[in-house]
Design a protein around this ligand. Structure first.
Ligand SMILES: Cc1cc2nc3c(=O)[nH]c(=O)nc-3n(C[C@H](O)[C@H](O)[C@H](O)COP(=O)(O)O)c2cc1C
Length: 335
């Protein structure tokens, strides 16, 4: 682990999206507010709350928050800002009938890709237009609430990750054009922008061709940051939350390879990112942190004291309905 504060002070550190489950009937509650308020600090550039369902959208589980005009969203943005970080929000949608797998690895990874192709084939141009306009509407609502970084969730096998991929959607180029317009529009409104993608799905056959082309098509979009995650939830979750050293190292190398092809674009990299030695990592990379900050809200001030991979945070896979952690305890539920 590097202790070189100077190397990291030139980077922007992000708290990456967590679907906490701290909601009551789709609306974030006091546990959600406390979770983000206590993790905000001057050392953290931006806290991206996640994943938040756009209007008319579909959650990835029963406890996914839905963006509305409710003032609690403004309170959350204000509490993150008061702590010293930019309030950010990850916007997402799944689709009607989406069910997240409880298993970490799908027994037949290709089944999900086939299902995804069928789903996208049945969508009309109007259906796709309506999905994209929901993201525009959600961006406006988020800005009204005080969020100053908007992330488009196009990773992990949710709807946009299917729509942007030319291997799944024959009209992917048009979707990428629309996302470019959305990024430009958000920038004109004065906010920072990012898009999150998966470096690969976890289906080795599918990933063996076209992966680089997809990454490059997204890296060319005018978002301020491309957030490089990995894995599709219903194919291989071990890629989303890497725990083994070799998986973390492979993700780092895959991320660095994308960044090397696009030196003018900024990238967020994750997978216990602050445990890497950043000395030789290019200036266009920025660390995204998740489990270390879940485990210790003061992780950025106490960098030796983070997540210990106890795996308790995977509440959905474990049959729970809100975030748990072997090291940190949430406030009790008063609802
Ligand atoms: C409990 C939990 C919930 C997560 N929820 C989301 C989510 O809603 N959206 C998302 O893009 N990533 C989600 N992630 C993935 C993280 O944002 C992050 O990419 C991943 O944990 C790897 O970073 P880390 O090694 O710093 O934890 C979640 C991770 C965990 C552990």
């Amino acid at each position: 682990m590097t202790s070189d504060i100077n190397i990291l002070s030139a980077r922007r550190t992000f708290f990456l999206a967590v679907n906490t489950g701290f909601v009551t009937e789709g609306i974030p509650d006091h546990r959600f507010l406390d979770f983000y308020a206590t993790r905000s600090s001057p050392e953290l550039h931006c806290s991206i709350i996640g994943n938040v369902v756009v209007p008319r959208g579909y959650g990835s589980n029963a406890v996914t928050p839905i963006l509305t005009e409710n003032p609690i969203w403004s309170d959350i943005a204000a509490s993150i800002k008061a702590g010293g970080s930019v309030p950010g929000i990850q916007l997402a949608t799944a689709w009607e009938g989406y069910v997240g797998s409880r298993k970490f690895r799908a027994p037949e990874p290709h089944a999900f890709i086939s299902e995804a192709r069928r789903l996208v084939d049945h969508m009309t141009a109007d259906d796709v237009g309506s999905v994209l306009s929901s993201f525009g509407l959600a961006t406006d609502i988020a800005i009204q609430h005080g969020f100053r970084h908007v992330q488009i969730h196009a990773a992990h096998g949710y709807l946009l990750s299917l729509l942007i991929d030319f291997r799944i959607n024959r009209n992917a180029a048009a979707v990428l054009d629309e996302l470019a317009s959305l990024a430009e529009r958000s920038k004109r409104l004065g906010i920072e922008t990012s898009i999150r993608i998966s470096l690969k799905t976890g289906d080795a056959d599918f990933d063996s061709s076209g992966t680089m082309q997809l990454q490059d098509s997204v890296a060319k979009l005018p978002f301020d940051f491309v957030d490089l995650s990995s894995g599709f939830y219903n194919i291989d979750k071990r890629l989303i939350y890497p725990a083994r050293t070799e998986v973390i190292e492979a993700r780092l190398q895959e991320s660095l390879a994308v960044g090397a092809r696009h030196p003018a674009r900024s990238f967020i990299i994750s997978g216990h990112a602050l445990r890497h030695d950043w000395t030789d990592i290019g200036p266009n990379f920025h660390p995204g942190v998740c489990r270390d900050l879940i485990a210790n809200p003061r992780f950025l001030q106490e960098r030796q004291n983070g997540c210990r991979n106890q795996n308790k945070c995977h509440y959905y896979s474990r049959g729970g309905n809100h975030l748990t952690c072997g090291r940190w305890k949430p406030l009790p539920d008063h609802s």
